[in-house]
Design a protein around this ligand. Structure first.
Ligand code: CTP
Length: 419
């Protein structure tokens, strides 16, 4: 079940030009099934219309002037603090950051956050020099030490002051994923300390400059695995083939290495493998590449027919043979229907520790932004069902099932290719 559905999310908006992105965030959360209320700092009202936020959230918006309204039966900051299952503070301004770091309950917004026991997702936005300033950084470190706080560091890009640098509020689409991660983990960065290598997307095996062999994978599932791990605290390196149907902002927090062919993907993964704790093989590597290739376009009539093909190397199996005993690998098995026997055979043959059995070929499931689902299979025979859901939600469900195991992972048997 998607952690957003039915959950009570309080969106706390501070005074920053980035507040203009908040209506989109509120609208997306509501469309994905969350209950949303907004609270605005005194300055926030100058940047974003409370009426817009109230209309999009279908709930009254709480303003500074409401705090000591004699019509309120209970102190408003306590009522909001107790209502929320998660507080998203975005954009978090330098002033409110300082208020929170020093416990100043002098606004409705800061007193609500100080009073809540709900987890917090904190997304600062400000000018680059302000963000890097020693006082702001010290306050940010104080906040990051709060229990149940998931930090979303600002992105790099063009700022309202016309400079380029770190300080932008992450895109609403990315904030939605942060919200999902904070709800799934209760605000605990449960993958913190892990270094994870992920592969995603198809590969393209070129015959000539205008023709290639590939498959319809969009890369969305693999990027969702990488993004979700990063939001939950892991340091993630993503190696991806040509992507389609993946929101550009999903790549913002990731170290990315774009590749095209299976050979390039294998080389990039082998280079990064020694530095990581584990590998997620979500890429849909093309199974074959042409034996004959041409540097210029082949006239149609001159194309080799039949086309001689060779199998691409099995990257997962090759990488498993290079892994140290304490490194782990999660694979994905695309199967027609839920054929556990075939998926388990792949898990063994490729040296995976877990494999997600991913049914393909069902109407309305699988490729692009269609929902996904399946079963997570353990090498020791256990299994964990994955309901049909949005791919980002499914990535969260997979990490939730594995998080406890990953921190103390030690492989019991030998690796492929090792004695
Ligand atoms: N895989 C790989 N290298 C390949 C093919 C697949 O590393 N050349 C990896 C995928 O990233 C995935 C796993 O192997 O983690 C299973 O991929 P899948 O496409 O289900 O299986 P295949 O090995 O291609 O077998 P088949 O097409 O016969 O089902």
């Amino acid at each position: 079940m998607d952690p957003l559905v039915g959950r009570r999310i309080l969106v706390a908006v501070c005074g920053s030009i980035a507040a203009v992105k908040l209506p989109q965030l509120v609208s997306s959360l509501v469309q994905q099934g969350a209950q949303v209320r907004c609270v605005l700092s005194p300055r926030a009202e100058q940047f974003v219309s409370p009426l817009a936020l109230a209309s999009l959230s279908r709930q009254p918006c709480s303003l500074e002037s409401h705090q000591w309204d004699p019509c309120q039966p209970r102190p408003l900051h306590i009522a909001l603090a107790e209502w929320a299952e998660l507080v998203v503070v975005a954009p978090l301004s330098a002033t409110t950051l300082a208020r929170l770091a020093h416990g100043l309950a002098d606004t409705l917004l800061s007193s609500t956050i100080l009073a809540t026991q709900a987890p917090l997702l904190a997304a600062p936005a400000m000018n680059t020099a302000m963000w890097h300033g020693p006082v702001v950084q010290a306050n940010w470190q104080t906040l990051c030490n709060w229990p149940r706080l998931l930090p979303m560091a600002p992105s790099r890009g063009l700022l309202a002051c016309d400079s380029r640098g770190v300080g932008r509020l992450p895109d609403p689409e990315l904030l939605v994923q942060g919200t999902r991660a904070a709800l799934a983990t209760g605000g605990v960065a449960d993958l913190k300390g892990l270094r994870i290598l992920c592969s995603a997307g198809p590969t393209w095996e070129f015959l000539d400059p205008v023709r290639c062999l590939t498959n319809p994978s969009s890369g969305r599932m693999g990027v969702a695995m990488a993004l979700t791990a990063s939001l939950r605290g892991a340091a993630v390196q993503l190696v991806h083939g040509p992507l389609s149907n993946v929101p550009a902002s999903w790549l913002d927090p990731l170290d990315t290495c774009p590749v095209v062919s299976a050979a390039e993907m294998g080389a990039a993964l082998a280079q990064h493998l020694p530095q990581v704790h584990g590998l997620v093989m979500a890429a849909a590597v093309a199974d074959h590449s042409p034996v004959l290739t041409n540097a210029v376009k082949w006239p149609k009539d001159a194309l080799p027919n039949p086309l001689p093909l060779r199998s691409t190397p099995d990257l997962a199996a090759d990488l498993a043979a290079r892994m140290r005993g304490e490194q782990w690998m999660l694979g994905f098995a695309a199967e027609h229907g839920l054929d556990r026997d075939r998926a388990r055979e792949k898990l063994r043959r490729k040296g995976c520790d877990w494999i997600v059995l991913n049914p393909v070929g069902l109407a309305g499931r699988g490729f692009g932004n269609q929902p996904n689902g399946g079963v997570l299979l353990w090498a020791d025979g256990r299994e964990h069902g994955l309901a049909s859901q949005d791919k980002a939600a499914m990535a969260g469900a997979i990490w939730s099932a594995l998080a406890g195991t990953l921190h103390q992972f030690q492989r019991s048997g030998p690796r492929l290719g090792r004695t």
